[in-house]
Design a binder for this molecule. Structure first.
Ligand SMILES: Cc1cc2nc3c(=O)[nH]c(=O)nc-3n(C[C@H](O)[C@H](O)[C@H](O)COP(=O)(O)O)c2cc1C
Length: 191
């Protein structure tokens, strides 16, 4: 059983990348195999139906879908833009659904693994509204299972210490719980 970690931001100093990195470290420290990837390595054009009709889904969407398929559990750190998910994250989720073999709906890769979501924001709500939207996209939109445990991290600009851990021990414990519950659910999914 292996877990994949990524953030819905490609920004160099992204708080959500820091959160995804910390979650991956927590997994590794607890004997859970986890890999961190950066969406910067999977650039895709903004979805456009004409583009898809002419060229099909981009190669990077196929690559990202193949990557997802290698992991039984996926952790997403989701930033909040105007109360919702980033266009980058939504576009990536959307394109992956368009990579379809004959007879497939495109949702198989989402339905057959388990997700955990968390988010970080310098604001007061800690990306909570982004998480509500992301949960809807994943569960209602693409049929994924998302575990109930999640961390919404407010004031992210002052939340991490120099080692990349959370200064607030209660928040660190919450994130550990998210990772552990994801691993348990992923093992169940893996059968
Ligand atoms: C277009 C835009 C809209 C934003 N809207 C929100 C918002 O609704 N709520 C919030 O907490 N932060 C909002 N922010 C601030 C982001 O949380 C902040 O830029 C954060 O650092 C982005 O995540 P990252 O650090 O992982 O890149 C917004 C930022 C941008 C660029």
């Amino acid at each position: 059983m292996r877990l994949l970690f990524f953030a819905g931001s490609t920004r160099e100093g992204s708080y959500n990348k820091t959160l995804a990195r910390l979650a991956q470290h927590i997994a590794t420290a607890n004997g859970i195999e986890g890999v961190l990837v950066d969406l910067r390595d999977y650039p895709m054009p903004l979805y456009n139906g004409d583009l898809e009709a002419e060229q099909g889904p981009p190669q990077k969407a196929a690559e990202f879908k193949a990557l997802l398929a290698e992991y039984q559990g996926v952790f997403i750190a989701s930033p909040e833009y105007n109360s919702s998910v980033t266009p980058l994250l939504k576009n990536t989720i959307d394109w992956v659904t368009r990579v379809r073999a004959k007879g497939e709906t495109g949702l198989e890769v989402y339905k057959s693994r388990v997700f955990a979501i968390s988010g970080a924001s310098p604001g007061y709500y800690g990306a909570m509204r982004s998480l509500l939207n992301l949960r809807q996209i994943l569960e209602v939109g693409v049929g994924a299972t998302v575990i109930p445990q999640q961390l919404a991290l407010p004031r992210a600009n002052d939340a991490f210490d120099e080692a990349g851990s959370l200064k607030d021990k209660a928040q660190q414990t919450l994130l550990k719980d998210v990772v552990e519950k994801l691993a348990i659910a992923a093992k169940r999914f893996a059968g």
